[in-house]
Write a protein that binds this ligand. Structure first.
Ligand code: OKS
Ligand code: ZN
Length: 344
């Protein structure tokens, strides 16, 4: 399978995130993509190619124009206010009852307006890195349209927490949603997005919430216990034309392959029933037992089984990289999904 990857990912290299009451080094760091690329080359998965530039139009199909404008100038606005020595992190958010009608003028206000956590620093290279990742996903969608059975967009920064007009959870542009919309615009009548990252893909859910043409299925840690906390519950099923086209499968801390495989079978059955023409797979490997910020217990060999189960759907499949922070084992775990898929 072809792998799409840009070196520009390393322009996103935040210094620190707020975690457990402390500023700690960012878990979402360039070494993640480097080790995945190295493993993919070692196992000879397929050629690694640069993304082609797709410009702003396909981003605007999914994201708010005002939000995209904010992201493009946020770093310069931050530097003008605070200097270039510190990454931009938000500190204030709206609570229920506060007005969200006006976009604040101040950069600090706008960081809070367009975000939902303090774990996602904006840096000098954030916009370029994020657009390179979106371009990788879009180039992967192009490959499916050209007839490839599968493609892997090795995206960094990740995307599934980014919504129509917000960032957070290390995500700025929703690479998977942008690719899914691109497949729709390219002629696929129905597209399924399956999110196997440990965390709920709240951004993807929000973007397709009222859409009956894009099915979103996510298998993740119960948000009662886990980030992003405020959505991802089983009773969130979509609205309007999208009623029933959103499926959240929540699992408890400590979940192993046995329980995970059962949820994956339920997800697969729903995707089959939906009758998708193409599948976008949000591929996080933070379900791994060794992940430093997550609490499932998958083993490296389980990711081979995951890939095989996904292949069983028989759909043109675009894999889009999301989370996974056990860096030493991340290459093996991600490559295992892809080789497990190819072996079917
Ligand atoms: C607090 C930790 C925030 C967890 C972000 C999870 C990112 C992720 N700073 N999403 O899939 O892996
Ligand atoms: Zn995750």
């Amino acid at each position: 399978m072809i792998v799409i990857h840009s070196e520009e990912h390393r322009l996103q290299a935040g210094r620190s995130e707020l975690n457990d009451g402390q500023l700690v080094p960012c878990y979402e760091k360039p070494a993640r993509a480097d080790i995945v690329r190295a493993r993919i080359e070692a196992v000879g998965l397929g050629p690694v190619v640069e993304p082609t530039r797709h410009g702003i139009a396909p981003l605007e199909r999914v994201h708010d124009a005002g939000y995209l404008g904010f992201l493009q100038t946020a770093w310069d606005d931050w530097v003008a206010e605070h200097g270039a020595d510190i990454d931009a992190l938000p500190l204030n958010w709206v609570a229920p009852g506060m007005s969200r009608r006006r976009v604040p003028r101040s950069i600090d206000g706008r960081l809070g307006f367009y975000s939902f956590d303090a774990g996602t620093p904006i840096t000098a290279g954030t916009w370029r890195a994020a657009t390179s990742a979106a371009d990788s996903a879009l180039t992967g969608a192009d490959r499916l349209r050209a007839g490839d059975r599968s493609a892997f967009a090795l995206c960094r920064p990740p995307g599934h927490h980014a919504g129509h007009a917000f960032y957070g959870g290390y995500c700025f542009l929703n690479n998977a949603a942008i690719a899914a919309q691109s497949l729709r615009d390219g002629g696929a009548a129905r597209v399924a997005v399956l999110d196997v990252d440990y965390h709920h893909g709240n951004g993807t859910q929000e973007i397709f919430w009222e859409r009956g043409d894009v099915l979103f299925v996510s298998i993740h840690a119960d948000p009662a216990d886990e980030f992003p906390y405020f959505c991802g519950h089983a009773d969130e099923t979509g609205a309007g034309a999208g009623e029933g086209a959103n499926l959240n499968l929540t699992l408890p801390w400590g979940t192993d392959w046995n329980a995970y495989a059962q949820a994956l079978a339920v997800a697969a059955a729903r995707i089959r029933e939906f009758g998708a023409d193409a599948l976008v797979l949000s591929l996080g490997a933070d379900t791994y037992g060794g992940d430093p910020i997550s609490r499932f217990r998958l083993l490296s060999e389980d990711f081979l089984r995951m890939g095989a189960a996904i292949a069983g759907l028989g759909l043109p499949t675009l894999f889009v990289m999301e989370g996974g922070y056990a860096v030493d084992d991340l290459g093996v775990n991600v490559a295992n999904v892809l080789t497990g898929f190819e072996q079917v």
